[in-house]
Design a protein around this ligand. Sequence first.
Ligand SMILES: *Cc1c(COP(=O)(O)O)cnc(C)c1O
Length: 493
Amino acid sequence: MYYKSTRGDKNLITSSLAIIKGIADDGGLYVPVEIPKIDKPIEELKNMTYHELCFYILKKFLTDFNDDELYGCIQRAYDDKFEKDSIIGISECDNMFFLELYHGPTLAFKDMALSLLPHLLKVSIKKNGIDKKIVILTATSGDTGKAALEAFADVEGTNIIVFYPEDGVSFIQKRQMITQNGNNTFVVGIKGNFDDAQGGVKDIFNDKDFNDKLLKNGYMLSSANSINIGRLLPQIVYYVYGYLDLVRKNKITPKDSINIVVPTGNFGNILAAYYAKKMGININKLICASNENNVLYDFFKTGVYDAKRELKLTSSPSMDILISSNLERLLYEISNKDTEVVKMLMQGLNRKKEYVIDSRMNENLSDFYSGYVLEDEVLYSIFEVYKTYEYVIDTHTAVAYSVYKNYVKDTMDDRKTIIASTASPFKFSNSVLEALNVDTKDLDDFKAVECLSKLSNIKVPKRIKELENKPVIHKISCNKKDMKNIIESYLEV
Ligand SMILES: *Cc1c(COP(=O)(O)O)cnc(C)c1O
């Protein structure tokens, strides 16, 4: 299996090199030259543990890893850092199956891939004889940053630098990041929003002079954002696992298809579900759920991607995004791998913050259904799910649930549906309590966590509890234009 750029660079590279580089030299994203098929019967796959299934799927993509290397990475990634032996949880509510992807160390689904990435990277560096120190450079809308910090803290041969929008993340998210320990961690607030942070990071990746300077000083940049293929591939596994779990529990037969709903921001998580479908999992619709930042909804409806609008700050901050980077990989697929077209569209996005796809590409979007919801509806649905099922969901999952409800109204489709549950409600306690009509005026954020614990009958996760007394280590903030300088002074180059 080889990887190539979505923008036409002719080089074919191995999976390990794609993981190291993160982004292609022409600014494109790495994609597998073809998406491999699942080649074992469902009846056999359904008895696999999460680890075994992970190995089976990833082995098809990471063909330059030998069995021992890959299995070792998987064992080290998915260990008792996760609250559950099954790694993920699945909660059934009528036709809906909430795929709880938040039982890892930072309580968001980002842990699923980021727990694995440093191990894959370590093996990759060795394989390719790289003698540079790897600098992981990441922009975060809240959850990636912490998950990456946690994953890379004190990993030998790496530094990790995270930029987050100072006023665009939740209290708990911010607290998680600024209290991060580890000798190789560096966290900086940006005066701006997520797109500023992500745009700044992308510019740095594309700045050849800057990269040369780093190389001369023994450093090499890499990415822990979902533009890195090593982030994306592990996310395919849980969709396959979720589907198999429904078969295992006789909720469906292998002949039945399911829907998958994904609360979407950067389009990484739903793209992994799309890859699962391409691998042969019987998926009917991939339902792309957005909050008030409904760029993707407009795109699916009209074929016009228009980022020329104000970013709105919502109660689901990890989805407050206008430029969904991973859509580029979908454009590659729906254009039938036409890298010239992808390159042109991305140039349009860079120059005019807009692009339009043609009708042929539009027709290839029929795997998707797209919807968005307003803030009131998000909060109401948290209340509704709690009242109906005594089950508490977070604000991001609530976006997915609301869009799914609208989908059912719209289509009358009653087949079984997996809803990606992307964060623990404790990460967004204040918003969740507000939705449940609890007066939070006199509650500080940690009291709110306690209160939510009582209401939901779930113990406060240890990782949240310990935040209260952890010292703040990272106090720096900067403007977008100073990001490069700040990296230089941190790395002393
Ligand atoms: C990152 C994130 C999302 C969005 O996922 P993408 O892969 O960026 O589309 C949704 N919910 C939560 C809680 C997240 O952290």
